[in-house]
Design a protein around this ligand. Structure first.
Ligand code: UDP
Length: 325
């Protein structure tokens, strides 16, 4: 199939683009390079364009059989202080893409949704059918797009997969691509930087949560496991199956403290850190129940926290060697 990968020069999109290519699909990357990097799209056809540019989309969509949509702003904190940016890109941009797709007759889309659509779930591990009650504008924009997909499915026979990611982390084993965020706010790269002496000491946001060691628990999913669920979702829709939403997580939680321990084991270095107050908007525990993805797509995460940290470390070491040249 020819797959149009919107946001394919970003962290998760670039891993999915490689997985598609390895599986024999043709990939066209469409990315405005605002938070993506051309080097992550190396080796692919790259169209520089914005999802709000309907004319640019109308030119490329007739070549595509399906769309994967990764292009979104994804900082929870920033969505609180600058919601306009989030509604513009994630909602207006998303609708621009959806309408251009309907007009071009492309009726299959795999969407990067998030566990943030659930807000602060009453029950963990999280199942897909609990109420979606996001607690920040980022989650609201993602829920809006999920609901637009549901309406377009009913009205236009548009088929979608909403993949609700938990915490994406790690890097491709090749060491060629990995997480590149500016600014970096995510736990694993910041802990690795602190261990390597490339960044400040790690701030642990809250040690008084109702969790076994008092720090927040998250479900860290390797980015290549994430990429592989996109292939499964694509095959599912291509086989004429119904639209669906699934959690994409491992089903196993790790606390901030456990992540720090894994980083210390993998790097052989201590993570300098200090305990600081909670970060607003962080629920204590977010862990997926991944049973639906397993039953529907025969997909299951294959890689654990150590592997996530080890590949992220390999990527970071390579980045710092390149920077030192
Ligand atoms: N976290 C932390 N210090 C940091 C960054 C994150 O203690 O510098 C914690 C954060 O409170 C959360 C977990 O690590 O419990 C994962 O945060 P991250 O920003 O990586 O992902 P999020 O869960 O916000 O998507």
């Amino acid at each position: 199939m020819v797959v149009l990968v919107i946001g394919g020069a970003g962290y998760i999109g670039s891993h999915a683009a490689r997985a598609l290519k390895r599986a024999g699909h043709e990939v066209i990357i469409f990315d405005n390079i605002s938070t993506g990097y051309e080097i992550l799209a190396a080796g692919f056809e790259l169209i520089k364009g914005d999802v709000l540019d309907s004319a640019a989309l109308a030119r490329v969509l007739p070549r595509a059989d399906a769309i994967m949509h990764f292009a979104a702003h994804a900082y929870v904190g920033e969505s609180v202080t600058n919601p306009r940016k989030y509604f513009r890109n994630n909602v207006e941009g998303g609708l621009s893409l959806l309408n251009a797709a309907v007009d071009a007759g492309v009726k299959k889309i795999i969407f990067s949704s998030t566990c943030a659509v659930y807000g602060e779930p009453a029950k963990v591990p999280i199942e897909e059918n609990i109420p979606r009650q996001p607690v920040n504008p980022y989650g609201v924009t993602k829920l809006f797009f999920e609901q637009a997909l549901e309406a377009y499915d009913r009205a236009y026979g548009f088929r979608f997969a909403s993949l609700r990611y938990f915490n994406a982390a790690g890097a491709d084993d090749s060491g060629e691509i990995g997480e590149l965020h500016e600014p970096e706010t995510h736990l694993i790269p910041l802990a690795l930087r602190a261990a390597a002496g490339l960044g400040p000491e790690l701030q642990v946001f809250g040690s008084d949560y109702p969790t076994p060691d008092g720090t927040c628990v998250r479900d860290y999913i390797h980015v290549n496991d994430l990429a592989s669920v996109h292939l499964k979702a694509l095959d599912h829709l291509a086989a004429g199956q119904e639209s669906f939403a699934v959690n994409v997580g491992t089903g196993t939680g790790a606390s901030v403290q456990e992540v720090i321990t894994a980083v210390e084991e993998v790097t052989g270095k201590r993570v300098p850190r200090k305990m600081v107050p909670r970060r607003p908007g962080d629920p204590p525990i977010l862990v997926a129940n991944p049973a639906k993805a397993q039953a529907l797509l025969q997909w299951k995460a294959t890689r654990g926290l150590r592997d996530v940290v080890a590949t992220a470390w390999k990527w970071m070491e390579r980045q710092s060697k390149l920077a030192a040249r």
